[in-house]
Design a protein around this ligand. Sequence first.
Ligand code: UTP
Length: 291
Amino acid sequence: MTSKIRKAIFPAAGLGTRFLPATKASPKEMLPLVDKPLIQYSVEEAVNSGIESILIITGRDKSAIENHFDISFELEQLLKEKGKTAMFDQVRAVSDIAKVSYTRQKQALGLGHAIYQAKDFVGNEPFAALLADDLVDAETPALKQMIDVFEKYNAPVIATMQVEGEAISRFGVIDAEEIEPNVFRVNDMVEKPAFADAPSDLAIIGRYIFTPDIFQAIEKTTPGAGGEIQITDAMRLLLKERPFYAVKLDGRRHDAGDKLGFLIATVEYALKRDDLGGDFREYLRSIDLNS
Ligand code: UTP
């Protein structure tokens, strides 16, 4: 088994019910955060972390994702004719970003089932899985932070972040020991525990590095909550056979698959933009928040 992480998969076949009605006919991964669709941020994160080849697992009504990473011939032609070189370069850069392929998850039977659709693409290599609605704004790309841990321990790595108080109940949570600053060896994990039962304040977020034995674990996983094959259940099975590590990411995470999380991310990302931040900040200052 090669130990270099060359491949990343993006499960994007979920129904996005938290963002209805916008997600009725359009994929949530294509919601524009400032001016880029959500999924482009994590694809860029993967590429900036050294990923060479990408598989996006799509479902019905997701063809906009494929079109986004494809060449848009008519648009490019038009921009060229009008001499809009900067826009042309921007549009072309998206299709040149990486080698992207697609497969379909025919039914939304859970994240574990979606990841299983990548079995042939992955072959016998470790690989990364990124959930596009979890945005991580970080100086060192989140996936790169995880790859560094993988390269040291040669075992699966889960991304986590600290969540204060009762909000921990909305996440998968790890029970783990810190073995070096911000790196943990995982003993166990539980999905959405009651606050009182949470084994730690470290929540699992949407970035994983798996070894190919995750596929055998998914095969052995019986459907859990909602008839879905949960990736946490598959990881727990595998945890009986091999060590798992977790990293507490250095960065700010946004749940952009949630309406409020998306609004917060939009404001923060817009404020950071050189071309928009100044005017936007001025506008925000002018709002009377007490009315
Ligand atoms: P979520 O739990 O966010 O579910 O899935 P969702 O369907 O996308 O959104 P809500 O909760 O209904 O609003 C986590 C990730 O797993 C993918 C989703 O696309 C998302 O990236 N997923 C989930 C699949 O690809 N297939 C599934 O069957 C379920």
